[in-house]
Design a protein around this ligand. Structure first.
Ligand SMILES: *Cc1c(COP(=O)(O)O)cnc(C)c1O
Length: 401
């Protein structure tokens, strides 16, 4: 076990200006698109919303896309459209961001945590199968780091038990499983446009589906449970509307949608850049004390994150020391994630705790996310590799002494 202090006292740091782990790319076209909306008649519920939805649906190959105000709103809206309610259980992986589980709780349902596969940290279909009870209504896998789950296995599991399959694809826009694009692999798929994700709208999200009645339910849910929106009424020359169920204001404004549209045009190039950065990390890492996560065969990984794992025997304090040392080198590493079921809220609310998902718990102590965003230069990538080499070499030297 080494301390951060030992690792950080290693001479001049690799970088002067710190490199973040993720960052949006905004250019003059994006800015012009937003300004154009600001000068127009519609700041929200205007034409940019449908335009963004159509472009997004076309990109992933889904029939419908429904824009909402965040990835969390997308998950909540998807579960609401399925009618998840108190008493219902939804299986979620332990290794994810809290919003995956929160969306279930927001509908009054119960998230049931299942363990992940040790190599990929993706929801393990066998572990999910063991969590099915008569109350289970849906399985909500997460394409952790940008790699699609085993959707063939998850779909047959869901079908065999009459469950809905909902994908949390907040990490995996542009990814594919056996040639089928994320966004078409589950009944409903949720995306996020937070600035660290593949495209940025500030805050924003989307749900895709091939079922028009689910899309219609989601359009009501994001708009107070009202059966028409402002623009539809303006077009029909009527003021009259009906609230037909309880909903939220989860709308995404035209300002956000214009930015999303402009970003979407650049997405294919950005995904290629993310994959090129991943290839460089893949090539350099075997010479260090950390290894990349496993990649399933026949998938197209879109690398929201590049996650590495300390070698076998590495402890949580080794990881924390490496984290601090890399930060001191100007490399903005991060940890994704602390398993959700170990946070105080879920322990109190659901009675979860250590030992429930041992694979996720053990992995969480040894993982680090390296910087990964399309705006990284080759020099930035080299800096990360150099810093990881420097810190792991120091770690090995100290461990051996
Ligand atoms: C980012 C993220 C979310 C939530 O998205 P927001 O847009 O931040 O609300 C949900 N699930 C996962 C796995 C995420 O990474």
């Amino acid at each position: 076990m080494t301390s951060a202090k030992e690792l950080t006292a290693q001479g001049e740091s690799v970088r002067g200006a710190p490199l973040p782990y993720g960052r949006q790319s905004i250019d003059d076209d994006d800015i012009a698109a937003v300004v154009e909306v600001l000068r127009s008649d519609w700041l929200t519920t205007g034409p940019k919303v449908a335009e963004f939805e159509h472009a997004f649906a076309a990109f992933v190959g889904a029939r419908e896309a429904v824009a909402v105000s965040s990835g969390t709103a997308a998950l909540h809206t998807a579960l609401a459209a399925l009618g998840i309610r108190p008493g219902d259980e939804v299986i979620v992986p332990a290794m994810t961001f809290a919003a995956t589980a929160n969306a279930v709780l927001l509908q009054g349902g119960t998230p049931v945590f299942a363990d992940v596969a040790p190599d990929t940290l993706l929801l393990d279909p066998d572990a999910a199968a063991k969590k099915i009870t008569p109350r289970t209504r849906a399985i909500l896998p997460v394409d952790y780091a940008g790699q699609p789950c085993d959707y063939a296995a998850l779909r047959s599991l869901a079908d065999a038990h009459g469950l809905a399959l909902v994908a949390d694809a907040c990490h995996s826009l542009g990814a594919a499983d056996r040639g089928r694009k994320v966004g078409t692999l589950a009944r409903l798929t949720a995306f996020s446009f937070h600035p660290v994700k593949h495209i940025a709208t500030g805050e924003g999200g989307m749900v895709t589906t091939d079922e028009p009645q689910l899309a219609a339910a989601m359009r009501r849910f994001r708009n107070h449970g009202i059966d028409t929106d402002h623009r539809q009424r303006a077009a029909r020359g009527t003021w009259y509307y009906e609230v037909v169920e309880l909903g939220y204001n989860y709308r995404l404004s035209d300002i956000h949608c214009a930015l999303g549209l402009s970003q979407l045009r650049k997405l294919p190039g950005w995904i290629e850049r993310r994959r090129a950065i991943a290839r460089r990390y893949d090539a350099a890492l075997p010479q260090t004390g950390c290894a990349p996560l496993g990649v399933r065969s026949d998938t197209f990984h879109s690398y929201h994150l590049y996650v590495v794992r300390l070698a076998e025997g590495g402890t949580r304090s080794d990881r924390d020391a490496m984290f601090a040392a890399l930060r001191a080198e100007g490399i903005g590493v991060n940890v994704h994630y602390s398993p959700v079921h170990l946070h105080p809220f879920y322990r109190q609310r659901l009675g979860t705790g250590p030992g429930m998902c041992p694979v996720a718990e053990a992995a969480a102590d040894r993982i680090l996310s390296l910087p990964m965003f399309p705006g990284m230069s080759d020099q930035d990538v080299s800096d990360v590799v150099r810093a990881v080499r420097k810190v792991t070499a120091a770690h090995l030297r100290i461990a051996a002494s």
